[in-house]
Design a protein around this ligand. Structure first.
Ligand SMILES: CC(C)(COP(=O)(O)OP(=O)(O)OC[C@H]1O[C@@H](n2cnc3c(N)ncnc32)[C@H](O)[C@@H]1OP(=O)(O)O)[C@@H](O)C(=O)NCCC(=O)NCCS
Length: 307
């Protein structure tokens, strides 16, 4: 089997597993008198952002004729309200009437119970991993992958330093099998950053999306003319949208602004995504060294950017 065939087989295996797991293809899964498709249409009208019929048919992959029969059925039951759509006079904005909401409520409750039952079999940390992994699948395969989510960058505030230590510990253990000595090293670095913080020459950027922290980076003073970029991290659910690149760009902009001549950084050869970002930002690999740290054989790399 070639490489692509193996990947296709792995995806198909996952699809079979997940279909069994949540029973998504079972018609009338919520013991309701509706077909699964009708339930999906109801959910989309209830939870989508002001849906119109053409958007519903493409979002759900439904034939327009089939969808309009379903919508006519809902209208007959008094579940559907239609308002003219400002952007396109031929279309109507669809929403559920109070009657429609009432019909959906027991389905919604049963669905919540079922998902709750799946999650309750997992620890809090396992639930976090599952949700992160689902976010990754959605980002990579969904239409959102082409859109940059709204996020803000802000300076650090109380509570952030603990987050940085915790998420480095958890994510590097999950992704690279680093042991807790790595987390201890991060704790040392950030403790020193806070204790000797020089706001004119040093900075931490925290990335926040929907009120949750999703990333961080630090620029610290290495010498009078050299700054050090440290602890770049983006949550798996927020990766691939350019947040990592932006965090590095902010470091470079700030370092130039305050007059450093060079930025240096220390990374590991296995951190491929980060290496790519550094390279594209103009950093050059200047030294390599094998070492055994945090339970793993590593190749440490030093990258420099002349400003
Ligand atoms: C490195 C990291 C911060 C990137 O965050 P991000 O927000 O996904 O970054 P961006 O979206 O700006 O860019 C990701 C880029 O990496 C590329 N990429 C993703 N995974 C990759 C991989 N395994 N190998 C090579 N490139 C990869 C993407 O294609 C994208 O490139 P593009 O800009 O040309 O499209 C994030 O992956 C992370 O936190 N990794 C673990 C921690 C880490 O390695 N930190 C560096 C410490 S030195």
């Amino acid at each position: 089997m070639n490489h692509l065939d193996q990947r296709v087989a792995a995806v198909r295996r996952f699809n079979r597993f997940y279909t069994r797991q949540i029973g998504v293809l079972r018609e009338r899964q919520y013991k309701s008198p509706f077909s699964l498709t009708e339930v999906r249409v109801l959910y989309e009208i209830a939870h989508g952002e002001k849906p119109i019929a053409t958007e519903l048919s493409s979002a759900l992959g439904l034939d327009a004729g089939y969808l309009s029969r379903i919508l006519a059925g809902f209208e007959k039951r008094g579940w559907l309200s239609k308002k003219p759509c400002d952007a396109d006079a031929r279309q109507s904005l669809l929403s559920l009437t109070a009657h429609g909401q009432k019909a959906l409520a027991p389905l919604d409750a049963r669905s919540r119970e079922e998902v709750g039952a799946i999650l309750s079999g997992l620890s809090g940390a396992e639930q976090d991993r599952l949700i992160d992994a689902m976010g990754t699948v959605e980002n990579l395969l969904g239409t959102q992958s082409t859109q940059t989510p709204a996020y803000i960058l802000r300076p650090h505030q109380p509570g952030d330093i603990g987050w940085v230590v915790h998420r480095h510990g958890v994510l590097y253990a999950q992704e690279y099998r680093y042991d807790e000595h790595f987390e201890a090293l991060v704790a040392q670095i950030v403790a020193k950053f806070i204790q000797s913080f020089d706001p004119k020459r040093e900075r931490c950027w925290i990335a926040e999306k929907d009120g949750e922290i999703v990333g961080s980076v630090f620029l610290v003073k290495h010498s009078k003319t050299i700054a050090k970029l440290r602890l770049l991290l983006v949550e798996p659910s927020a990766r691939g949208f350019g947040i990592g690149k932006r965090l590095v760009e902010e470091c470079v902009r700030f370092a130039r602004q305050v007059g450093y001549r060079k930025i240096t950084l220390w990374t590991q050869s296995s951190l491929h995504a980060a290496r790519g970002i550094y390279e594209r930002a103009g950093f050059r690999l200047v030294a390599k060294k094998k070492h055994h740290s945090w339970g793993q054989d590593q190749v440490a790399e030093t990258w420099d950017l002349k400003l």
